[in-house]
Ligand binder design. Structure first.
Ligand SMILES: *Cc1c(COP(=O)(O)O)cnc(C)c1O
Length: 412
């Protein structure tokens, strides 16, 4: 996309990744049932046609400014930094992006692609409902139909997001087989797409899934890093020493990391350690996983003996995925990005600190990145840490109050 101009060396480096088969080293690719090969090939062709199309880029830029409210600011968290001791902490405010998180960045891109392809309907699955809401928002804007597949268990747990999707005009399809959660919803959405791919497009919610989604979603999210790099340099006259982001599938992290890959900047991805190291208690894919295949691509994967995805858990529903983006898997092996963990308790403490000291109630996902940034900043003593604050915490308030109270002494 046109942002390449301002991207410097990262563009030159990433121009070669992924390769034509969508591989980042040994990761990524396309592991599809034969019937889905042609529909995905159509998406690959369409994306390569429009990615440098002036009208497409101009429309996306217009929407980012006038619909989403971009650029989002970078904010120097002075009080938090002072209280914490050590390096200065800065936040890239994706919580101020429309719908309250970074996800709309790629959903608007996917919706616009659908429009250029002449498709009439967006199909996706959702777990906690965040991807479903962002996609339903894009569909409403573009006047497209939207069909969101969701396990019955999740529908019950995520009533406000189900209402939001319906308000935005989406159809929520309840999935009633198996465990009735995300995995079954993925299967159901794939089936619906297969039955209707002439007039619809499947929209993935992170830098995961078969080629071209890890590439395409990265390209739509890189605006975060491009803005942040410029804004930070303007504010401080320098680049940050460290950039941190939480990693579920990895879209907000890759979005900010991409701009700094060729800079002398330390990059840190923070995975959820949940309740601890036992299988089923966390979703720290790169820390405890090994190479495997899930949902049509190869990556680090938390898996059972037989290669099936292991059960995962985090208090942050956007982080509990057993796989991770293929580019992250590649960057880990290449030693360019460090992947570390933060537990539920760490995220809770950071959530309360940021709320009290800065007046910012973060998403629990983002609180994981803040939690590790606090540790890092204390270790560093001086310098700067830029954190991608991927979203706001409104969606998490019920969970927080029920489990931890309001954070006042004695209230938990
Ligand atoms: C979904 C979500 C995430 C995790 O997704 P990534 O693809 O890893 O970025 C992180 N933060 C927020 C606020 C989310 O909604």
């Amino acid at each position: 996309m046109a942002e390449h101009e301002t991207q410097g060396g990262a563009t030159r480096r990433q121009a070669t990744l992924p390769d034509e088969q969508g591989r980042f080293g040994e990761y990524g690719g396309q592991y599809l049932p034969p019937q889905l090969e042609e529909p995905f090939a159509e998406i690959v062709r369409a994306y390569h046609e429009i990615e440098n199309d002036a009208a497409f880029i101009a429309e996306l830029r217009y929407l980012r400014t006038h619909f989403q409210g971009r650029p989002t600011p970078v904010y120097h968290a002075r009080t938090l930094s002072l209280e914490n001791g050590g390096a200065q902490i800065y936040l890239k405010r994706e919580d101020l992006n429309h719908t309250g998180a970074h996800k709309l960045n790629h959903c608007m891109g996917e919706g616009l692609l659908a429009k250029y392809m002449g498709k009439k309907k967006l199909i996706a699955e959702t777990g906690a409902g965040q991807h479903g809401v962002a996609l339903a928002t894009a569909a409403a804007h573009f006047g497209l139909e939207c069909e969101i597949h969701m396990g019955e268990v999740d529908i019950e747990k995520q009533a406000p997001n189900v209402s939001r999707m319906k308000l935005l005009g989406a159809t929520v399809v309840p999935v009633s087989h198996g465990l009735r959660t995300l995995k079954e919803a993925v299967d159901s959405a794939f089936e619906a797409y297969l039955a209707d791919y002439d007039r619809s497009i499947y929209c993935i919610g992170s830098v995961v899934g078969p080629h071209p989604f890890p590439l395409m979603v990265r390209d739509f999210q890189r605006v975060v890093g491009i803005e942040a790099r410029e804004q930070f340099a303007e504010m401080t006259g320098n680049l940050p020493d460290v950039v941190e982001a939480c990693v579920g599938g990895g879209s907000n992290a890759i979005g900010i990391f991409t701009a700094f890959l060729d800079d002398p900047v330390e990059l840190v991805g923070v995975e959820p350690l949940g309740r601890g190291e036992a299988v089923g208690d966390h979703a720290a894919t790169m820390t405890y996983g090994r190479e495997g295949i899930i949902h049509g691509f190869k990556c680090y994967l938390l898996q059972n003996e037989d290669g099936s995805p292991a059960p995962v858990y985090s208090c942050a529903s956007g982080l509990d995925y057993p796989g991770v983006g293929p580019e992250h898997s590649y960057l880990k092996d290449a030693g360019r990005v460090d992947y570390v963990t933060a537990s539920d308790d760490d995220a809770r403490d950071a959530f309360f600190k940021l709320s009290r000291l800065e007046g910012l109630i973060p998403a629990l996902e983002s609180a994981h990145a803040v939690a590790h940034a606090l540790v890092k900043a204390r270790e560093m003593k001086t310098g700067t840490v830029l954190v991608n604050l991927s979203g706001r915490g409104d969606k998490d308030l019920d969970y927080v109050i029920e489990h931890w109270g309001t954070g006042e002494p004695g209230d938990d």
